[in-house]
Design a binder for this molecule. Structure first.
Ligand code: NAD
Length: 460
């Protein structure tokens, strides 16, 4: 939770613990009038940074990995106090980013190495050059991993980077940037703090690439605002991920996944399971299992032992979820578990008797809500799952892998998991289809989006 407070002398961004409202810390807001200077410093630092070899750049980024791992307990605690997720998940987020950095750097460098081509007449080399100044604008739900996923490939490619983290989680983002800046040259990575005004000013400034992760609504605005002078954009946006449970699925495993992936991070995950479609022949059994496992969730302050579901990030996000639930109720949905709240906590909620006329099955919820709808036949399941403008992740649970695979292949999401979540093997992109993305990151093709290909050719 954050509040922007203004005084004549200074403007401060105060970050509060969403579990109890206590103050976690403050950062100075970057005045929008000074953003041009920040960009100018970034541009001035560019030539020396891009002149370094990959090996030299990697050597200046890599020390952040062991530092993140060594400080995982302290930073995980800060992350949980600022954002609310269970401590093990906060610490895990820091540890994962740190321990996987070396491998990630090598993967990005390999993706961006020059490539040779030839035909009968011509030899060519494709070089992957930096764009220049990259603005990385990020959300609060994975407040360290999201900046990490955009800042690192942008830096390795030779761009200088201006990070604009979410106004909800400025402290952990600043701590992350400070660690990288222990070894990076001055101004190669800078941080701009603030909310949409700072984001807008950055998008309008003299930058070359905008790498954004956040909501579809803000993504649309950025695309429009960046379009005037054809700035490059990469947008990773929201979702409304479906899960299909076929009649031959392992229902206990499917219910475990549904509960975990609907309530993880209090449902505040872009690839949360937001719509569950279950074959009517096994629906009662599946719903019973979901209700039983939902009752086992422990809600509370993320720093308490055994807590699995923390608070919503803010009152605004809480009210959005409660409003969707209230509307769904009036439209005939059944709240089979949960549905109430105290403070910023929404009790893990299971909703049945839903249909596609309800907002709760069409708009992103981003809360601890599992909506279950019954279907008759695989064809109907595919039709319902694809009845959305979003297209981030999806999953299919079924006993016959070929059949589940055939269903999965018909889904319009960018990433589809069979009997698992949607994340792919390492090396695959993180990619949203339809209105869940515009460009993407990770994997060879994703890393290359942070670079401008240039083709140099000569006669043979
Ligand atoms: P948001 O879109 O409200 O804000 C994201 C960032 O954009 C913040 O830093 C914000 O200050 C900034 N911003 C706001 N208005 C701006 C503007 N007009 N111009 C430039 N910047 C602006 O998103 P959020 O509430 O922080 O995060 C939740 C959303 O992020 C959800 O929709 C979720 O699905 C999505 N998300 C997507 C992925 C993915 O990989 N696809 C990952 C995590 C989160």
């Amino acid at each position: 939770m954050s509040t922007l407070t203004s005084s004549p002398a200074a403007t401060t961004l105060a970050s509060h613990n969403p579990a109890d409202g206590s103050l976690v810390g403050e950062v100075p807001v970057t005045p929008t009038a000074s953003i041009a200077d920040v960009v100018a410093r970034s541009r001035a630092a560019g030539p020396a940074w891009r002149a370094l070899s990959f090996e030299e750049r990697l050597a200046l980024i890599a020390p952040a990995g062991p530092t993140l791992v060594a400080r995982a307990a302290e930073l995980g605690d800060l992350l949980t106090r600022e954002m609310g997720k269970p401590l093990a998940e906060g610490t895990g987020e820091v540890e994962y980013c740190g321990s996987s950095l070396e491998k990630k750097l090598a993967e990005i460098a390999a993706a961006l190495a020059p490539e040779s081509f030839e035909d009968d007449a011509t030899t060519s080399t494709v070089h992957y050059d930096p764009f220049g100044v990259c603005a990385a604008i990020t959300p609060w739900n994975f407040p360290l991993a999201m900046p990490h996923s955009l800042v690192i490939p942008a830096l390795v490619a030779g761009n200088t980077v201006i990070l604009k983290p979410s106004e909800e989680t400025p402290l952990i983002a600043q701590a992350y940037a400070d660690i990288l800046n222990e070894t990076l040259p001055a101004d190669v990575l800078q941080v701009v703090h603030g909310a949409d005004d700072q984001g807008k000013a950055l998008v309008a400034a003299d930058i070359d690439l905008i790498a954004f992760t956040g909501s579809r609504e803000v993504g649309c605005k950025i695309l429009t605002n960046a379009g005037g002078d054809l700035k490059r954009v990469i947008l990773e946006l929201g979702g409304k991920d479906p899960m299909i449970v076929l009649d031959d699925a392992d229902l206990e495993a499917a219910a475990r996944f549904a509960v975990r992936n609907s309530f993880r991070n209090a449902g505040q995950v872009c690839v949360s399971t937001e719509r569950i479609y279950v074959d009517e022949r096994v629906a009662s059994q599946f719903e019973d299992a979901v209700l039983r496992l939902t009752a086992e969730q422990k809600q509370g302050d993320g720093r308490e032992e055994g807590v699995t579901v923390g608070p919503m990030i803010s009152e605004r996000q809480r009210d959005h979820v409660l409003q969707q639930l209230a509307t769904a109720r009036t439209q005939g949905a059944t709240v089979a578990a949960g549905g109430d709240h105290h403070g910023n906590f929404i009790t893990p909620t299971v909703v049945t008797n839903v249909d596609h006329d309800m907002d709760i099955m069409r708009e992103e919820t981003f809360g601890p809500v599992a909506c279950i709808m019954r279907f008759a036949g695989d064809e109907e399941a595919v039709r319902l799952a694809n009845d959305t403008p979003f297209g981030l992740g999806a999953c299919v649970f079924g006993g016959d892998r070929d059949r589940a695979g055939r269903v999965a292949r018909q889904l319009t999401a960018g990433m589809v998991g069979i009997n698992k979540g949607c994340g792919g093997a390492s090396g695959t992109p993180w990619v949203g289809a339809q209105q869940s993305g515009y460009g993407y990151h990770s994997g060879t093709a994703g890393h290359r989006q942070f670079a401008q290909p240039r083709v140099l050719s000569a006669e043979k």
